[in-house]
Write a protein that binds this ligand. Structure first.
Ligand code: ADP
Ligand code: ASP
Ligand code: MG
Length: 408
């Protein structure tokens, strides 16, 4: 008998028929002699609708109340799925974040799992029950509800798998696994049999929303091996695990895209110690995530810093930066550009292969696509391009590295 944690995402439980399908899958797994803990998302579109309703009432809804509101999405789906399982004769019980003992820290709407106290879950498992756990929610030390950021049910699943000591952790979704690029963008993208934590993390944090990036960080930290696979068929999926030497033979594992990005450039910064820290410090205080950072000295001897962020943060960033600009010097000014997107190539093989950036940039040049900013890490090369060209860019880069073909 294996203890299996299965996570079902929003599309997989998006209608009553889909919920019946999930119930039947869980029933099959249980009847095969396993114990199941299913972590479930809100029905597809529900979280978005709740957010839209809140914003209609209040442009900046209080985050404490947002958490209370958003957590209801998952509570609907756990109750419905448990009912569907009961009609099939499976003794299932719904489990909220609080009952699952998911303790969080951090801010409202962006809670972090601090620890899981699985006493309640272990007792129910001991009674032979199937557990249907609400994804995306936890409880603070003071007993307040927290949600875990968009896509947070992935994190719940990985953390629950670690807490209950699951033998298998499966992330069941609407694609067959992790592909070399989002198959909705690159139709000939190929399903990967395996991917390392570091590659999955880089892909997730650069736009491949098949996994929430924090969940991958957690999996790596606690050594939770998991499989991404479809909730609609029995095809084998993609194993996500610690890298092994054979993985380095592949130069590029995958390509990610991220739309709705904006660039902020600050010019006229005196070339002195402390300036970058001051500028980025206010953005950090405002909890604005910035991504690519490029800094150089212009011909007038003044420094300029550029960075990218999500377009939704641009307004807040401008407000936060305004007082600093006066502080930094009389010539400091801010320029912004919206409507850009980011394209990233990821692969641990880059550590031992050279010329990757050149091939990527040539492919973009041949496709007539202009590159804006460039940033690199040990296993990633990322560029910004005009958002209208991002899909062409992804296909050109996917083609040049022959990612549609299985490596020899
Ligand atoms: P769920 O509701 O199950 O959490 P998501 O919508 O969050 O599912 O994630 C699945 C989606 O991720 C797919 O439908 C696919 O369009 C998208 N996606 C983006 N990049 C990739 C990739 N590299 N491989 C597979 N799917 C990807
Ligand atoms: N329901 C939440 C969301 O839509 C969490 C999740 O689905 O993982 O982001
Ligand atoms: Mg998801």
């Amino acid at each position: 008998m294996a203890l299996i944690v299965q996570k079902y995402g929003g599309t997989s439980v998006g209608s009553l028929d889909r919920i019946r399908n999930v119930a039947a899958r869980i029933q099959r797994t249980v009847e095969a002699g396993n114990q199941v803990v299913a972590v479930v998302s809100a029905m597809g579109g529900v979280t978005d609708r709740l957010i839209a309703m809140a914003r209609e009432l209040a442009p900046e809804p209080p985050e404490r109340e947002m958490d209370v509101l958003l957590a209801t999405g998952e509570q609907q789906s756990i109750a419905l799925l448990s009912m569907a399982l009961r009609t099939l004769g499976v003794e299932a019980v719904s489990v909220t974040g609080r009952q699952a003992g998911i303790q969080t820290t951090g801010s409202h709407t962006r809670g972090r799992i601090d620890r899981i106290d699985p006493v309640w879950m272990n007792r129910e498992l001991g009674e032979g029950r199937t557990l249907i756990v609400a994804g995306f929610q936890g409880i603070t030390g003071e007993g307040l509800i927290h949600t875990l950021g968009r896509g947070g049910s992935d994190l719940t699943a990985i953390a629950v798998a670690s807490a209950v000591g699951a033998d298998v952790c499966q992330i069941l979704t609407d694609v067959d696994g992790v592909y070399t690029c989002d198959p909705r963008v690159v139709p000939n993208a190929r399903k990967l049999p395996e991917i390392s934590y570091d590659e999955m993390l880089e892909m997730a944090s650069s736009g491949s929303k098949v996994m929430q990036s924090r969940s991958v960080e957690f999996a790596k930290k606690y050594g939770v091996v998991f499989e991404v696979r479809s909730s609609l068929n029995e095809n084998p999926g993609t194993m996500v695990l610690e890298e092994h030497p054979a993985m380095e033979n592949v130069v590029i594992r995958g390509v990610s895209i991220e739309r709705s990005q904006a660039r902020v450039t600050i010019t006229g910064i005196p070339d002195e110690p402390g300036m970058s820290g001051r500028i980025l410090g206010v953005l950090a205080e405002a909890e604005i995530n910035i991504d690519m950072i490029v800094s150089n000295i212009a011909h007038d001897g003044m420094a300029r810093h550029s960075f990218t962020m999500h377009m939704n943060d641009l307004g807040r960033a401008q407000v936060a930066l305004k007082p600093v600009l006066t502080d930094v010097g009389p010539e400091a000014a801010i320029e912004t550009e919206a409507g850009i997107a980011k394209l990233s190539c990821v692969g641990i093989g880059m550590r031992s292969h050279s010329g990757v950036a050149a091939r990527m940039f040539q492919a973009l040049g041949d496709a007539g696509i202009n590159i804006g900013m460039i940033s690199t890490s040990e296993i990633k090369i990322a560029v910004t391009v005009d958002e209208t060209r991002i899909e062409d860019a992804a296909r050109a880069v996917h083609d040049v590295f022959g990612l549609d073909k299985a490596p020899a």
